[in-house]
Ligand binder design. Structure first.
Ligand code: FES
Length: 253
């Protein structure tokens, strides 16, 4: 076969649509969704963190501002670095943004643009992704504060009650917990480097914990998106209450 014919065949094969055996959706759809969703969330988060006062409408506190550190600086600035670092270094989000923003590659079995020497996560800035475990520790502390906020959201001036905002905050912290405690790094902390799951009481406890984390970990991507959306909606809801656009339905004892 002539070299030019061979080259033409290779070129044609490269340009052919690669069908994904697991989905009938076009392979550009997922990257497009990720770019739009993460960009929209990033812009909203920057607006809230840098330009807005604390999202607080008693007894509800926005997850962007918890724990609320009162100073002359927007409180989100003290808080946002932890979930930002956690999501940026998350194993699932890494796949999502490498595929979507950098086409690295765009999808399985799809050619990617020519690049320089591939160094993976061994060079700056991607080497910072290896700090994910530490971002997990910081986020666990924040999730503890969010559970506290969700409990406080039942307290209406000393009386027990439930408002729509209470439910919104509760759902939000449940989704965030599902995302946080389904973390791959936590799964490794729970059950990694164990040669035997049943050889000691500690090993058995770790095995049970590992199994629990695995239940959440299986759908880690869905927890990631659901919790991202719930953080945004919780903040939007509280700010609409603050501005008087919405009225919070309440059932107080
Ligand atoms: S791997 Fe996604 S949060 Fe840790």
């Amino acid at each position: 076969m002539a070299i030019s014919e061979q080259a033409e065949r290779t070129d044609r094969a490269t340009r052919e649509v690669v069908r994904n055996p697991y989905s009938v959706l076009p392979n550009w759809l997922y990257p497009t969704f990720v770019v739009v969703a993460l960009s929209a969330f990033g812009l909203y988060a920057a607006w809230v963190v840098f330009l807005q006062p604390a999202g607080y409408f008693a007894p509800y506190l926005s997850p962007f501002d918890s724990p609320w550190i009162k100073s002359g600086i927007p409180p989100g600035i003290f808080v946002a670095w932890a979930p930002l670092a956690f999501r940026l270094t998350c194993y699932y989000y890494r796949k999502a943004y490498f595929r979507s923003f950098f086409w690295h590659p765009r999808s399985c079995a799809v050619n990617e643009p020519q690049r320089g020497k591939y160094r993976g996560e061994t060079a700056f800035p991607w080497i910072l992704n290896n700090l994910h475990r530490y971002a997990f520790y910081a986020t666990v502390v924040q999730v503890a504060f969010l559970w506290f906020d969700a409990i406080v959201a039942f307290d209406f001036g000393g009386r027990f009650g439930i408002g729509l905002g209470t439910l919104v905050m509760l759902v939000n912290v449940i989704l965030l917990s599902g995302y946080t405690f389904g973390c791959h790094a936590f799964r490794h902390l729970a059950g990694g480097e164990l040669d035997c799951f049943t050889c000691s009481r500690t090993a058995r406890v770790r095995w049970r914990l590992w199994k629990g984390v695995t239940v959440l970990n299986v759908r880690h991507d869905r927890w990631a998106w659901a919790s991202l959306v719930s953080v945004l909606l919780t903040d939007v809801y509280i700010r609409l209450l603050m501005s008087g656009v919405l009225h919070d339905p309440r059932w107080i004892s």
